[in-house]
Design a binder for this molecule. Sequence first.
Ligand code: GLC
Ligand code: GLC
Length: 817
Amino acid sequence: MRYGYFNDEQKEYVITRPDTPLPWINYLGCEAYFGILSNTAGGYSFYKDARLRRLTRYRYNQAPLDETGRYIYLRDDDTQTAEYWSPTWQPVRRKLNEYECRHGLGYTTIRSSLAGIQAQLLYFIPLGENLEIWQLSLSNLRTQPANLSVFSMVEFCLWDAVDDATNFQRNYSIGEVEVVDEVIYHKSEYRERRDHFAFLACSEKLAGFDTDREAFLGPYRGADAPLGVERGYLSNSIAHGWQPVGVQQFKLHLEPGEQHETIFLLGYHENHQEEKFDPPGTQQINKRRVQPIIQKYLKTEEVQTAFQQLKAYWQGLLEKLKVQTPDIHTDRMVNTWNVYQLMATFNFSRSASYFESGTGRGMGFRDSNQDLLGFMHLMPERARQRILDLTATQLSSGGAYHQYQPLTKRGNNEVGSGFNDDPLWLVLAVAAYIAETGEWSILDEVVPYDNQPGSEESLYGHLKRSMGYTLSRLGPHNLPLIGRADWNDCLNLNCFSEAPGQSFQTTTNKDGKVAESVFIAGLFIRAAQEMIRMAATRQDPDGELYLHASQQMAEAVWQSGWDGSWFLRAYDNFGEPVGSKYCQEGQIYIEPQGMCIMAGLGIDNGRARQALDAVAEKLATPHGIMLHQPAYTRYYLNLGEISSYPPGYKENGSVFCHTNPWIMIAEAMLGNGAAAHDYYLRINPSKREEISEVHRCEPYVYAQTIAGREAATYGEAKNSWLTGTAAWNYLAITQWILGIRPEFEGLRIDPCVPPEWDGFRVERTFRGRQLHIMVHNPSHISHGVSRVELDGREIEGNLVRFTAEGDEHQVDVWMGS
Ligand code: GLC
Ligand code: GLC
């Protein structure tokens, strides 16, 4: 069953009923000011950091679902019954005659009609501005004139979202606002150390306003039935403590057929410390700098221009890589939605979604490095900066803070370090950056450790410490020690937690000198391949060292990391295998199969094939490939959080989508295009759209997890949007299945596709050149390239080096043996 449809032309997902299984959201904003917006106007806004600079409140775990948001109420002032409704359905939830929500790239429109009044709301954030626009257009479809009251409502957050939700003894007393020239300013804590405030403005002459929540809602009422709307007038309340809100009312007379446009602005502004107050010496906000911005965007023409600019911005990004294949789900995801999700993961890592509260995790070190893998070609300059920011949180030991706060860019001490895979991901991100851009000089950028001045070293030096970190932490089988966890945050082999509520992430009760990870071994070999190549171009003799170390690591894997038919997952604190046929539960895990094969292990001795056959037989389901099998049916002290989840959920044997592309890539490396693409489709959201009632999350983005076979809700997705699945699937499909793969020396063209495909087309920007790539598959094979022509001339091999002059090139590729 579907709740909407893709409009591929407009690059929108069109939701046709408001009561989707879960709120289906969109992100607004590209740089600093961001918003999350659901299909019924729920969600919240923040500046840079969803925890530390939250503009509006959101209540998770709320019934009814999805409060609060960016609300509009329409009230029929003509009728004696004083009917009112929300054109976005929520919060009033009156049944609408017509409803349609279009989530587009960086904007959302919600259109509806009721009682002969048609409403359309467009929400977006202009490029380069710290404000959001809600453009409301109302039309009178009646044969009679209409007299309406229109109300807006937001509930302000007292900036620090954690404090706001917990420290009531303080924050019920600190709320402050100003209302000047009909603009509502939220300025809690501005009187002391903050230099920022929020504002809500409207292009209409107001009939009234409220800034105190209780005054607007009335005692013991909710946003679904505010007293102010019901009775038709506001009380011009000024909030003193309690809950500051922004509510505006204006009156509108519409002749039959008449249409009217209104603009609301919700925004954020910072003043210089020296000019906070105006007049100086008072406690009033200095509005001199913000007023011109407000005035500008209250004009319809400016709004139109800003909206066109936003559309052009996204169009430009999508142009960087476009494909045309025989499969609509591939095209749709690669050309639009997967790219869009890449941007979300780049901006928010795992911090703010409808499953991430914005108050917990900041930017993950492992996460952001992986998110970059798919992002490089979109905005190489921003990717470069992100790499340097991440590097600055590396510790001098070579280890890394597991997370950092985006606002401060400082490592998060609460979570700390000790996830032993973390530093290696940096090597992969940097290598991907160089492959995309050809810009080797990034390796010479000097960056501090832990942001400490005086500790600066070249990025290349940082990468060497990453490698050294693994090499100085080997266990009894010469495999890497796992530390707190590796990629699988929930495989906590040194934790042994018996106290309820204790954090599996930060508690370690064992000395950590025994438990080892085969996954990190694979990751190390993969990283070493990049280091060897980087060392060669820098004439660094340590290249030899990495070659030797990776050979030894491979040796250790074959000695102690191979279980007979697949790669083992780990050794626990007692030196017992995890992910082995000898285990009672959790006999086979997906991660080491993917990572070890991606590192090239077992490709020439048949073991990679064996491992992938085991994956197909034991882990693959129609809903994707499960993390391990059988899932753990009880809690294992020696395994940690992984066994804390009921079977089939999350890390305990769900389809953890992030890992599926590793298997797609492994299959592609073995030349098996049919299997690779089949796995790709199993978790492809567009393909799963037709089972939306089972999948339940948005059909336009990947979710982190789909409940596994042992779960009661098998096939149900959770944790949509912020997941490494976005980057890895993008890599799997573009670089390994379609096979258009940046390498240090040029662009490799190495497709591995379903044999029935006749071919496909790719438009790609690469190092400033525009490439038109046409792949022909006349003999219907999966893998192998027999001929490549660059601008009509045959080249040797399938690595295109682009020595030819010119900004545009035609590349013709024939598959064949
Ligand atoms: C979450 C984390 C990621 C981790 C994965 C598996 O997605 O953000 O870092 O690798 O779970 O535990
Ligand atoms: C929880 C989640 C896991 C995530 C981790 C991050 O353990 O289950 O997916 O990676 O938290 O802190």
